[in-house]
Design a protein around this ligand. Structure first.
Ligand SMILES: Cc1cc2nc3c(=O)[nH]c(=O)nc-3n(C[C@H](O)[C@H](O)[C@H](O)COP(=O)(O)OP(=O)(O)OC[C@H]3O[C@@H](n4cnc5c(N)ncnc54)[C@H](O)[C@@H]3O)c2cc1C
Length: 284
């Protein structure tokens, strides 16, 4: 505990800092940071052994197609359908990738092959409102979320939708409230003496966890979210639905756009109306 006069002096400094710094308004952002990458030589070595060289020869190895190539590979390995004759039960095979992925996979609801291709997204400046909702999606995901038990809040970054930021009275009151909460965070840190020399990390963590209770659900934070294509198809639909929450709709609209660019065939069956992504083949 700090001596009272020191604590009071620091609080005044913190108050002044709060006024100078003001409130940090942010926008949710999505960065696609990782995608599947095929080792085509390993593909070739395997296919040579099973007599599937011709499939690889005609494969489009364009930069954007690794996810689709991997999904096609996953599907073809099931029926040994690299070319006619390898499986005596099959007299013809689909050679066009778009046809294969749409008619052979999506339309047949063979969703499991989509699970081989995963993508990782940094969701930056997204609120705990959004992350609470996102973590309800369980299969096919990996999550690493910024820990507000370890990371001490020095400000409270916050996203305002356009309609809110145009409401002057709302913004005045909301900004005042947030600045007060920011000042309280700084006061608490000072009050607990967290930056004093020699404070153990366990003590910082303990108090930081207490302090986060005074941050709103809307505080902007971040996570690394990884999902496979099967999960992405389902979550893009669910979370852009017109009934879904507006921030998560915004995030998943961005994810939908990114995925349509990455794997145009596997995300080409969506119709986007009023921001809602509705697939032709639902829940594969
Ligand atoms: C518009 C909207 C409003 C919502 N409102 C609320 C609300 O008011 N309150 C609330 O609590 N939640 C709410 N949710 C969350 C919702 O109930 C789901 O928990 C969330 O969307 C996860 O989706 P999911 O159930 O499809 O599961 P996911 O985890 O995304 O799983 C995908 C699919 O895998 C299968 N699956 C996953 N786990 C299992 C399992 N254990 N057993 C069998 N099959 C499984 C199911 O087919 C499931 O659809 C809302 C979601 C949306 C999109």
């Amino acid at each position: 505990m700090l001596p009272k006069n020191r604590a009071r002096g620091s609080r005044l400094l913190s108050l002044a800092a709060g006024i100078v710094r003001g409130m940090k308004s942010v926008q949710p952002e999505v960065f696609l940071v990782a995608r599947p990458s095929i080792d085509y030589q390993a593909f070739a070595d395997y296919l040579h052994q099973v007599g599937g060289d011709s499939w690889l020869e005609k494969l489009d190895r364009g930069d954007l197609d690794d996810a689709q190539n991997l999904v096609e590979f996953a599907g073809k390995i099931c029926y040994r359908s690299w070319e006619p004759g390898l499986n005596p039960n099959i007299s013809r095979v689909r050679t066009d990738q778009e046809q294969y992925l749409t008619q052979g996979i999506l339309a047949q609801l063979h969703g499991s092959v989509l699970e081989h291709a995963s993508f990782s997204f940094v969701l930056h400046n997204v609120s705990r409102v959004a992350t609470h909702e996102l973590v309800r999606h369980r299969p096919g995901v990996a999550i690493s979320q910024e820990s507000l038990r370890f990371v001490r809040l020095t400000d409270i970054p916050f996203w305002f939708p356009d309609w809110a930021s145009q409401d002057e009275e709302l913004m005045k009151r909301a900004t005042g409230l947030l600045e007060q909460m920011e000042e309280f965070q700084r006061w608490l840190a000072d009050h607990f003496g967290l930056d004093e020399p020699g404070v153990k990390f366990s003590e910082k963590k303990h108090k930081t966890s207490f302090m986060r209770r005074f941050a709103p659900d809307g505080v902007a934070t971040g996570m690394l979210w990884t999902a496979n294509i099967r999960t992405l198809r389902h979550t893009i639909e669910a979370r852009t639905d017109t009934g879904a929450e507006e921030e998560i709709r915004l995030i998943f609209g961005k994810i939908g756009e990114l995925m349509r660019a990455e794997a145009p065939v596997l995300f080409g069956d969506y119709t986007v109306t009023d921001g809602a992504w509705v697939p032709r083949w639902r829940k594969v």
